[in-house]
Design a protein around this ligand. Structure first.
Ligand SMILES: *Cc1c(COP(=O)(O)O)cnc(C)c1O
Length: 423
């Protein structure tokens, strides 16, 4: 019998005796805060906890303003709307990301233009961004994917040259820094998700950050049924805000005071969690560099603080006697007792990004209908990452101990040494 756990052998790590860190985390502070909100009856609507969180998040991110919002999908949509982007416009998004990045552009009636990524960071390839620009391009949405940063120097230079807006999708990057600036403070607007799996969570939730007062005013109106931001007088209970004729058509994208409690505590924990994850990621990068057939992703020298939503690396099948990556992931999962996943599906062939399933919504004109077809884009690097190279662990794995990291290294080596058992 093979020694490999996937074939019934003894796993490298005994997950029953030694479970992986749990997510989400909370303690009495959350319990106390949630009860206080419950008993106060102030459950939502520009409440005091929401305002305090917005201020704290802006301060942490290094922006003038932050707005907590229902989730990290509608944040992207509102960001595009605040920039005046809609029908007839093109928005550049990476081909390798959660579907929301492209769906947000689709939902404001713009054309999402899918652009390939670089093979060693899995983030937007600036050279290909440049090639994709047309007179109709209005914005770029770089995604700081998994543990890497999009090359913001190159992207900002392109944006300046072509007068484009830059909306950072920071759903994976709470607290990450590029040359001393936090993710979400580099482009015109930063968009965050607080969905359950993210680095900060309230179950669901999102936030927008900006330092531009005009954009802030629009974003605040857009999240709150078109009402203009509350002036000081209204805040003190003197009259209502949004004077006649000073509204902006929109809907309700607010969140609750309960979420603000959870987010305030999550923000307090974030810097410590990010440090733990980074220390383990650096250790893994160094160890993996010594192993045959696995390549750590590139850690850009311009990143001054790391945030890891996932720990990912590249797999080289030929160094594992031809073992397909899907089988490698399965074997690794069996050795470690945790989920080991592939990257996102490239958006030109993604089960959850299918604009043509909704003609009654998206067939605005024959030309638009053709332009939103994701299959017209070529994404060979995304395809290779998804099909042949990607190995991804959720960030909670990086919150384990040094021994846990050693188990990952040992498991990879073990599969390497016994690959023939799986072929
Ligand atoms: C999670 C995520 C979103 C969307 O956030 P939700 O809060 O789940 O709506 C957007 N972009 C990326 C890259 C994400 O991972």
């Amino acid at each position: 019998m093979s020694r490999l756990a996937v074939k019934g052998g003894m796993p490298v790590r005994n997950v029953k005796k030694n479970p992986w860190p749990k997510w989400p985390v909370w303690d009495q502070r959350e319990e106390k805060g949630l009860l206080e909100v419950l008993r106060s009856g102030v459950w939502s609507y520009n409440g005091p906890r929401e305002k305090r969180f917005n201020e704290a998040f802006a301060k942490y991110t290094g922006t003038k303003y932050a707005l907590a919002i229902a989730n990290g999908t509608v944040t992207l949509q509102l960001a595009l709307e605040a920039c005046g982007i809609g029908y007839g416009d093109e928005v550049i998004v990476p081909g390798l990301t959660w579907q929301a990045t492209a769906a947000a552009a689709l939902d404001v009636n713009a054309v999402p233009v899918l652009v390939d990524v670089t093979e060693d960071t899995w983030c937007l390839d600036p050279a290909k961004v440049e090639e994709a620009i047309t007179p109709r391009t209005k914005a770029i949405i770089p995604v700081h994917l998994y543990g890497c940063f999009a090359d913001m120097d190159a992207i900002l230079a392109i944006a300046r040259r072509h007068r484009l807006r830059v909306i950072e999708d920071c759903a994976h990057k709470h607290g990450g820094e590029w040359k001393g600036k936090k993710a979400g403070s580099i482009g015109d607007i930063g968009s965050f998700s607080f969905q359950l799996s993210k680095l900060m969570t309230a179950g669901e939730g999102g936030a927008l950050t900006t330092s531009d007062p005009a954009l802030y005013e629009k974003l605040d109106a857009l999240r709150n049924c078109g009402r203009r931001p509350e002036p000081e007088a209204a805040r003190k209970g003197e009259g209502i805000y949004g004077s006649e004729g000073d509204f902006l058509q929109s809907g309700n994208y607010r969140l609750t005071e309960f979420q603000a409690v959870l987010l305030t505590e999550a923000l307090r924990r974030l810097p410590r969690h990010n440090k733990v994850r980074d220390k383990n990621a650096q250790y893994l990068n160094a160890q993996l560099a010594q192993l045959p057939g696995v390549l750590p992703l590139r850690r850009d020298q311009r990143e001054t603080a790391e945030a890891y939503y996932n720990y990912s690396f590249r797999y080289q099948r030929e160094r594992f006697k031809g073992l397909p990556v899907a089988q490698f992931r399965e074997a690794l999962s069996a050795e470690l007792g945790c989920r080991v996943e592939a990257s996102y599906e490239p958006l030109n062939a993604c089960a959850l990004y299918t604009p043509h399933t909704k003609p009654w919504r998206y067939r605005l004109t024959a030309r638009h209908w053709k332009e939103i077809d994701p299959r017209r884009f070529k994404l060979p690097v995304c395809r290779r990452i998804r099909d042949e190279e990607s190995v991804c662990f959720h960030h909670t794995v990086l919150m384990g101990t040094r021994a846990d990291m050693d188990a990952i290294v040992e498991a990879i080596r073990k599969i390497h040494d016994h690959a023939e058992d799986l072929i």
